[in-house]
Design a protein around this ligand. Sequence first.
Ligand SMILES: C[S@@+](CC[C@H](N)C(=O)[O-])C[C@H]1O[C@@H](n2cnc3c(N)ncnc32)[C@H](O)[C@@H]1O
Length: 403
Amino acid sequence: MVTNFCLVYSNVVATQLELPGLVPGPVHLVPRASARLAPRPSWVHREELPRNRLVAIDLFAGCGGFSLGLEMAGYAVWAACEVDPFAAYTYRCNFPHVRLFEADIREMTYAQTSWRPPRLDLLVAGLPCQPFSTLNRHRGARDARRWLGLDFLRALDALRPRAFVIENVATYARSHEADQLRHGARDLGYHVGVSILDSVDFGVAQRRRRAFLAGSLGEPVQWPLPSHGGAEEQPHITVAQALAGLPLIPNGHAWHSSRPKVKDSSLVRYRAVPRDGGDRFAMAAHLDADDLGHLVPVCWRGHRRVRTDVFGRMWWDRPAPTIRTEFYKPEKGRYLHPTEDRPITLREGARLQSFPDEFAFPTDMTMNQVARQIGNAVPPLLARAVGTALASALRTRRGRALA
Ligand SMILES: C[S@@+](CC[C@H](N)C(=O)[O-])C[C@H]1O[C@@H](n2cnc3c(N)ncnc32)[C@H](O)[C@@H]1O
């Protein structure tokens, strides 16, 4: 269960535990002495992992969405790598038992023994998506992060897991870089497959199509079957279900806070967007009718086809749109609350990404830093589905190998 794995409460900040074999990266933020940690399951502190637990390493770990999903699916996460100090800080808060290398993956050598678990079943990587995002069409080509897949191949070659998974935006699947990775992994002996999965089909209250490129040393890769949204399945989870129980008026607890210092003119704009749905066109029509047309940004007047979702409200009875890194800004997407005159809070964004409330986002960071970690994450429930599908094949083969 989720709660078994999310053991740090939201008012807790980073701490470093002195665990045997733990090789933490540099700590950039001072840990608070009052940090409260609930007990971890005993297996995570042992050098010898139990035979029945699959072992994973998470590269480009961010705050740990992928890691959390893998833990939910029963994996032991052995190590992780993340270069951003703020994401690493959140990761440490929530996964104090994982060896976190706070480092640039391009500089990793994998020679350290601490990288090497007794066995490695799965290597996962949520490669930075900005170079492949359609929202970043022009800058993407020159973005050096495009080539980080080559560093993933280097890790694959050095660590030789039994399977691997890479996650990225859906357009990544058609990129030259994905082709390069597919060929590189085949040369290393992996069966490689690509699938586009939508989080909404796996119990996440959010439409989020993502490319998954996976490889396996044994049989072809197994993909998860949708659990929600089909005729025979449970219905998609709605915004109302995901946000149930959170106060409508943000109380500031555990990042249930929305953008501060909203200008009066912005508030008038929010109010002009009809409840449950609505978009910038509806807002402009209302403002024009009230003789407040000057509040409609000039750049929106001429553009009817692009960014149609901005300043939209979510619907209570539908899944949310994709939660991106600036989801607390209504000018960036359909991020207004279904009925309240405000954008969604960070905790609401985390819920829509399927993070449990026990997952701690430290409160001594900026809203921008936390929102980026939430928006960048692989939704834990989607990661759990991918991890579970791969686990059944990995377990079967391990069973055969051990027989
Ligand atoms: C899409 S996010 C990963 C999200 C993560 N998988 C999760 O589920 O929470 C990509 C991450 O890669 C990290 N990153 C980017 N360049 C890196 C590098 N050269 N070395 C290590 N990490 C890097 C970014 O800081 C970012 O947190």
